[in-house]
Design a protein. Structure first.
Length: 183
């Protein structure tokens, strides 16, 4: 299996959906790789992470940018700082090379997804990379799968997944469609 198959899908999706000046939310900053790619597309990014180490690592890697605003808080607080967005990207789980006991969790993720879908306009999207390779990640992925099945027809929800690697990371996409194109 190509190690970068999932990342390639995400980058391809973003390159086709993000235009210069679009406001993008990096809900889980981590090491800043998603924000770095979004900056290369010309996006204005509002990023969140609960770990100060993630913010400091990203600052060291990317330096200061007027197009990147980082907040040391949970993504559940994003709408205190975000009023409009084109898309929101999540990399769930734990900070790579960080404390594996500090993870995203299904209750916070479902809570914010419920808020996000209510605020989505036509052509907005959410792209989530889920990591079912650890217990909390598997619970979270199952909860999101159940959630997306309940969305009305003016949303398009789908996954990009390696089917013969049971615990491999995979992508969940939610797009808000035009009501007349939703059927």
């Amino acid at each position: 299996m190509r190690n970068n198959l999932i990342q390639d899908f995400v980058k391809d999706f973003l390159s086709k959906h993000v235009n210069p000046g679009d406001v993008m939310v990096d809900a889980t900053l981590g090491n800043g790789y998603d924000s770095e790619y979004l900056l290369s597309l010309g996006a204005n990014i509002i990023a969140f992470d609960i770990q100060s180490a993630a913010i400091e690592q990203t600052k060291k890697r990317l330096g200061e940018s007027v197009n990147l605003t980082m907040h040391h808080t949970s993504f559940i607080n994003m709408f205190v700082h975000v009023s409009d967005f084109k898309g929101i990207i999540f990399n769930l789980g734990y900070l790579p090379n960080g404390d594996k006991k500090i993870t995203t969790n299904k209750s916070d993720t479902l809570r914010i997804l419920n808020e996000i879908v209510l605020k989505m306009n036509k052509d907005n999207f959410v792209i989530i990379t889920a990591y079912p390779g650890h217990e909390a990640g598997l619970d979270e992925a199952h909860a999101i799968e159940t959630f997306i099945q309940t969305l009305p027809n003016d949303y398009l929800a789908y996954t990009y997944q390696i089917k013969n690697r049971f615990h491999a990371p995979y992508v969940i996409v939610i797009e808000k469609m035009n009501k007349k194109n939703a059927s």
